[in-house]
Write a protein that binds this ligand. Structure first.
Ligand code: MG
Ligand code: MG
Length: 261
């Protein structure tokens, strides 16, 4: 069942997503070699709570972290721990949720730790660009398949693997609502997009094979060939014309400056 949101509800969703966006700004300040995933989780957890929200992912279906921290070959759902220490050349996907006033925020960004190889930078640029290709198709009277096709076509044309098992979703009073928003699809297929729908578009794109496995912890999703994977996510509200992006990478850009890709 797809819940259409009123203008007032969309503003509450924007508030939650803006808290997520500002939390990302805090992440951009502290991610560097020698820092642990547990440390950035602590900072995010405190920042979210200082802004009157609660971490949206903590205990979601039993997830044990306040945020997801996924390094290199980990695609999504990495559990923050002290054992995960960032090192020069790593890429770190940070997925953040914040719940406030009954509505969820949800947005992910993949950060570079120091200098990253040009090959990996190309993966990051392509994945991020594919997110905006998807958003460009997210408009009233288009279909979910138009969004997935745009992401898939852009990434596969550049030789990357598009993860099938993990997908985007509706966002609202629940973290995961209908419709499902795959990063692949056929044009003209799937549910029709309507004004008032709020969806998360979140390409998960692999350097190599598209196939993934879940580690024994039951959460950590990594590439089967252990090549790197990137992940960017925005929450958007559908309307006539260009979608309204409720999350933002602005606070990351403010911190990273020239290093923002
Ligand atoms: Mg997310
Ligand atoms: Mg999501």
């Amino acid at each position: 069942m797809i819940f259409l949101k009123s203008d007032e509800e969309i503003e509450l969703l924007r508030e939650s997503n803006q808290i997520v966006a500002k939390t990302h700004g805090e992440m951009a300040k502290i991610i560097k070699p020698g820092i642990t995933a547990k440390y950035i989780e602590k900072i995010a957890n405190e920042f979210i709570r200082d802004n009157g929200a609660t971490p949206g992912f903590l205990n979601y279906n039993g997830f044990p972290g306040a945020i997801c921290v996924s390094v290199n070959e980990v695609v999504v759902h990495g559990i923050p721990s002290n054992e995960i220490v960032f090192k020069e050349g790593d890429i770190v996907s940070v997925d953040i949720g914040a719940y406030k006033n009954g509505f969820h925020g949800d947005s992910a960004y993949t950060y570079c730790v120091g200098e990253v190889s040009e090959e990996v930078m190309a993966l990051l640029r392509t994945t991020k660009e594919s997110l905006y290709k998807g958003i460009a198709m997210a408009r009233e009277n288009n279909r979910v398949g138009d969004v997935g096709y745009a992401v898939q076509n852009y990434c596969e044309a550049r030789g990357y693997g598009v993860v099938r098992e993990m997908i985007g979703h509706g966002l609202g009073r629940k973290l995961h609502e209908d419709p499902e928003v795959p990063n692949y699809g056929k044009r003209g297929n799937g549910p029709k997009l309507k004004t008032g729908m709020v969806i998360c578009i979140e390409p998960m794109i692999n350097m190599g094979l598209r196939n993934v496995v879940i580690e024994k912890d039951g959460w950590t999703c990594r590439t089967i060939d252990r090549k790197p994977s990137a992940h960017y996510e925005h929450a958007v509200a559908i309307k006539k014309g260009q979608a309204d992006i409720l999350s933002s990478f602005k606070y990351i850009e403010d911190v990273l400056g020239d290093r923002f890709i």
